[in-house]
Write a protein of this length. Structure first.
Length: 470
């Protein structure tokens, strides 16, 4: 009996040894196949490590965007520590840094195209060893296909576009004092200074800015040819912390007008002197957004603008400071409605075409002044001074790459005066920092009526642009 059990034990042990041997051979074969696949995959991509210092590198420091991307990694279970999946307690131990806005994201593009080949989370604090100013939260991800799969197509393309505020680190060391980014947009006729922003709930955001605006293209008084320079506060509501496109969000501008003197150029026949005067104190508003997407998501690209100026106090005789008998004009009110379909057509995968149509109404007052009698008389009354304009425009926009530009053709026509303008507008930006804007309008009519006295045959407006993030 004992010998029987002994033989059975020998057989079982032999089978177990054979099983271990074959299993190890199978595992080794699998490991070899996996390693061979990794080598094949890595060899498919051209190695450009010698150009790492020349690759575009930038930081995302805005806490809302960091949270959004961090959450994508959590949902996809994509965090790794020393090559192993991060445990839930690893994430929980680091989440307070996210809440405090102390975690930033570094990205790097490939040398030969725009794909993101590297992404990592870090905090600019010394790590436990005290040997680095960058504490690597988790292992970096160094493959653009994996990065795209984690982030999703929309977020990945948005990060590639760099339409958001970022800190460029190409060939420079990373700063250790990153914080919220704000915008200063310096421009002669439409400057803007963002002074505060806040997140609302999980994905909404409010931005608050001071703004300036001089002129209105849609009532045929571009730039500095307008009588008022508007100043006020702008509030922008964004329904996504990461804008999915240029057509997301709503903006409300409220302000007031201050007197502004129009310049004179040699190509304008300005022998009659000043053409248009400020006629009183004004309130200005501008509202933009795409409300139809709430009921019809397919119309999300249809963007609307309501803009206007209303006279709240009329100027009297003394306010004009004119000491000779003369006639002159002033602009009392205006209203603009504009519908703009954005990204209407993609052209050669480089530009987006926007197309829009709108109308405007403005009141021109014809005044007669007699200084000796201290008399100020309005010569036109009722609807005689009301002007109706119809306009259309098309814009070719390139928003990716180092050189960004916006080229716009515009046609305006005033049905009241049988007179209109062809307009060309161009804005060019280099690396979202330096740029230049140029506008030129040329009048046309039906050859039966002269140009109105209060208008010019040519309008030229230009301004350098400087944008600063801080």
């Amino acid at each position: 009996m004992a010998s029987k059990y002994y033989l059975s034990g020998i057989k079982f042990l032999s089978l177990f040894i054979v099983f271990l041997f074959t299993s190890s051979q199978h595992v080794n074969a699998q490991d070899e196949k996996l390693e061979r696949a990794k080598n094949i995959y890595s060899n498919l991509e051209y190695n450009t490590i010698a150009f790492n210092d020349l690759k575009p590198v930038w930081d995302i420091t805005e806490p809302g965007m960091v949270r959004h991307i961090f959450n994508r990694f959590v949902v996809k279970n994509a965090f790794r520590i020393n090559g192993l999946p991060a445990e839930s307690y690893d994430i929980e131990n680091r989440i307070q840094y996210i809440y405090d806005g102390k975690v930033f994201i570094e990205l790097r593009k490939r040398y030969y195209d725009d794909e993101i080949e590297y992404i990592r989370f870090y905090t600019p604090q010394k790590n436990d060893g005290g040997t680095s100013s960058k504490n690597y939260f988790f292992d970096p991800v160094e493959d653009h296909l994996v990065i795209k799969k984690i982030l999703g197509e929309n977020t990945y393309e948005y990060l590639k576009s760099r339409l958001y505020s970022d800190v460029d680190l190409t060939k420079s060391e990373s700063s250790t004092s990153r914080n919220y980014n704000f915008d200063i947009f310096l421009h002669f006729t439409q400057p803007k200074l963002m002074f505060y922003k806040m997140n609302i709930g999980a994905k909404n955001r409010l931005l608050f800015s001071y703004f300036g605006r001089w002129g209105n293209d849609h009532i045929n008084y571009p730039g500095w040819y307008f009588t008022d320079y508007f100043m006020g506060v702008s509030t922008t509501f964004m329904d996504s912390i990461l804008p999915k496109s240029a057509y997301s969000g709503y903006t409300l501008d409220l302000g007031f007008g201050i007197p502004a003197r129009q310049p004179t150029f040699t190509f304008n026949d300005d022998s009659y002197g000043r053409r248009l005067y400020k006629g009183g104190e004004n309130i200005y508003f501008r509202l933009t957004g795409n409300p139809l997407k709430m009921v019809m998501p397919e119309l999300a690209r249809l963007h609307f603008k309501l803009e206007g100026m209303f006279r709240v106090a009329e100027y009297g005789f003394d306010d004009f400071n004119i000491d000779y008998i003369t006639q002159f004009y002033s602009l009392n009110n205006f209203f603009v409605f504009f519908a703009d379909y954005r990204e209407f057509v993609n052209v050669l995968n480089m530009w987006n075409l926007n197309a829009g149509l709108g109308f405007s109404i403005n009141d021109i007052v014809h005044n007669y002044i007699v200084p000796d009698l201290r008399s100020l008389t309005e010569l036109n009354s009722g609807r005689e001074g009301t002007k109706f304009n119809l306009f259309t425009e098309a814009s070719l926009i390139k928003s990716n790459g180092m050189l960004k530009h916006n080229l716009t053709l515009q046609i305006n026509y005033d049905f009241s005066d049988n007179y209109g303008y062809f307009g060309f507008k161009s804005r060019v930006m280099l690396s979202k920092v330096f740029g230049f804007e140029f506008k030129y309008y040329k009048g046309y009519n039906n050859n039966t009526q002269a140009i109105p006295y209060y208008r010019l045959d040519n309008y030229l407006v230009f301004s350098p642009i400087i944008r600063i993030n801080y």
